[in-house]
Design a protein around this ligand. Structure first.
Ligand SMILES: Cc1cc2nc3c(=O)[nH]c(=O)nc-3n(C[C@H](O)[C@H](O)[C@H](O)COP(=O)(O)OP(=O)(O)OC[C@H]3O[C@@H](n4cnc5c(N)ncnc54)[C@H](O)[C@@H]3O)c2cc1C
Length: 483
């Protein structure tokens, strides 16, 4: 293949694109990130990292850096504003990290720069053309239009994705009827009802009427809160119109009365309850990830997390394909694994919206659902769904309980003492945990880049070895031979 500018072009430096670019750079893949905006917006947007996202960042040794930038830990999540805890899951991180999206992006971009890859800002992708060997991308910069070739193109360019539209892939779903607003408000005097610290989802937000809702989340800085409000049943004629500070002040007054005094409204944005998912995540050499592939109402705090987890799934597969370590089929497993996960998120968001107390009957349903959610098994099911902890990929069958399941990162005993298996994933290689060196060759036939660790035992009966993919899901096991 001649005249290729790079291996992979990633469009968009949001959390999805930056995670993907980091994964590709880690595998020595040449990657260019094209970002339309000349500089980061600094807008807080999403506020949470779910436990499964924390586990994945820990695999790469990135969690400490994210924690340093976070402002709180929240001991539960929620489903339709009904709190759910993570106690039923074997995880080291049974909490949400409270961190503004802007801080996550800043950190990921710094990591990328440390790997020698810069985001090309002020570069807006206009069109692309693919053939059997390459993709050619045309983009606009301050100094005019430019063109770049690559082996693969990944659209991480958000809800209005130019890449998705360019592919012409279907984007089926439902148009929303309502709207929500988020505003970061600095109070001189916060509403009496406001919590001082964000430690739980309890009493953070609530329905205020048949279709309306409100919430106040303390953001770690004295007096600073995320104010959320909206209506599920009506919306402004122009959803893209800006929001005046007067509108936010009026909504605050309606929601919390006149006991509060506002010092400053830092930013405000409207969001929609439209839900759509791309019919396909791959067409030849072009792929979609994050909001470019799926959009939904931000119920449960899932969107950013879903995008980061898409990127962790795609990164090592795309790297292996570009480096010639994998058959083309491997790349197809990205859509096969992640499309159902995205569909499931849209499904659970619709179910959460279905619990809006619109009528006498739905109020009764919501109350009953709240009782059910308190049952440990139901609670575990719901928290596994919104956090990503419940994901298990059926790609490898279900004959063994480890297959397709995530690494839970409990200590394993090695000849030098106890070890956290997550520390073996820093280089982005496959990891073999085995009680005998005899399995190393067999594992190597499945994984070109392999880290092997001898352990005293494994947490599954009659199992001598488990092979994990770079994103921490088990893909091969060696049962103990029967004598
Ligand atoms: C109000 C609100 C609250 C939310 N709260 C949460 C929450 O609490 N938890 C959660 O998990 N999620 C939440 N989300 C969802 C979360 O913000 C998104 O899912 C997340 O931003 C998706 O990341 P992304 O990288 O896929 O896309 P984006 O963040 O949209 O990034 C796309 C990037 O691509 C760039 N781009 C676009 N077009 C082009 C082009 N043609 N050329 C070059 N660059 C381009 C954009 O400038 C942007 O930087 C919330 C969303 C909203 C709206």
């Amino acid at each position: 293949m001649n005249n290729l500018g790079t291996d992979v072009i990633v469009v968009g430096a949001g959390p999805t694109g930056l995670t993907l670019a980091n994964e590709l750079a880690l595998a020595d893949v040449d990657v260019v990130v094209l970002e339309r905006l000349p500089e980061r917006t600094g807008l807080s947007k999403a506020l949470n990292l779910q436990p499964r996202t924390a586990e994945m960042l820990e695999l790469r040794g990135l969690l400490d850096g994210v924690e340093e930038r976070s402002f709180t830990t929240v001991r539960d999540g929620h489903f339709a504003m009904i709190p759910v805890v993570y106690d039923g899951w074997d995880t080291r991180f049974p909490f949400q990290l409270g961190i503004p999206q802007a801080k996550v992006e800043e950190f990921l971009e710094e990591q990328l720069a440390a790997q020698g890859t810069k985001v090309l800002r002020g570069s807006e992708v206009l069109t692309f053309v693919q053939d059997k060997d390459s993709v050619s991308v045309r983009y606009r910069t301050d100094s005019g239009e430019a063109q770049l070739y690559a082996k693969f193109l990944v659209g991480c360019d958000g809800a209005r994705s130019v890449v998705r539209k360019g592919l012409g892939v279907d984007f089926p779903g439902v148009d929303g009827e309502g709207f929500g607003v988020v505003a970061d408000v600095l109070f001189d005097k916060a509403p009496d009802a406001a919590q001082k610290q964000w430690r739980t989802m309890r009493n953070i937000g609530e329905p205020t009427g048949a279709t309306t809702f409100k919430g106040l989340i303390p953001l770690g800085e004295p007096g600073l809160y995320r104010f959320i409000y909206g209506d599920r049943a009506s919306r402004p004629a122009d959803m893209r119109s800006g929001i005046s500070h007067d509108e936010v002040r009026t909504a605050l007054l309606d929601s919390y009365g006149d006991t509060a005094t506002v010092s400053e409204i830092r930013w405000a944005s409207r969001f929609s309850d439209t839900a759509r998912q791309a019919a396909h995540y791959r067409d030849g050499r072009v792929l979609l990830a994050g909001d470019a592939a799926h959009i939904h109402f931000p119920a449960g705090g899932q969107g950013l997390n879903l995008g980061v987890q898409d990127a962790m799934n795609l990164g090592w597969k795309l790297a292996a394909t570009v480096r010639g370590w994998a058959d083309d089929d491997l790349l197809d497993t990205y859509e096969a694994e992640r499309h159902p996960v995205g569909a499931q998120v849209l499904h659970n968001v619709a179910a959460q919206l279905g619990l809006t107390p619109r009528s006498h009957e739905s109020r009764a349903l919501r109350a009953l659902f709240g009782d059910l959610a308190a049952l440990p098994e139901v609670n575990r099911y719901l928290s596994g769904m919104v956090s990503g902890l419940g994901i298990r990929y059926p790609t490898y069958g279900t004959a063994h309980p480890a297959l397709g399941a995530r690494l839970n990162d409990q200590h394993v005993l090695t000849e030098t003492g106890p070890l956290r298996p997550s520390t073996l994933f820093r280089t982005g290689d496959f990891v073999l945990l085995t009680t005998t060196a005899a399995h190393t060759d067999a594992a190597r036939s499945q994984a070109t880049r392999l880290t092997t660790q001898l352990v005293a035992d494994l947490p599954w009966p009659s199992t001598e070895a488990v092979l994990y993919r770079p994103d921490g899901y088990a893909c091969w096991v060696a049962p103990t031979p029967t004598r």
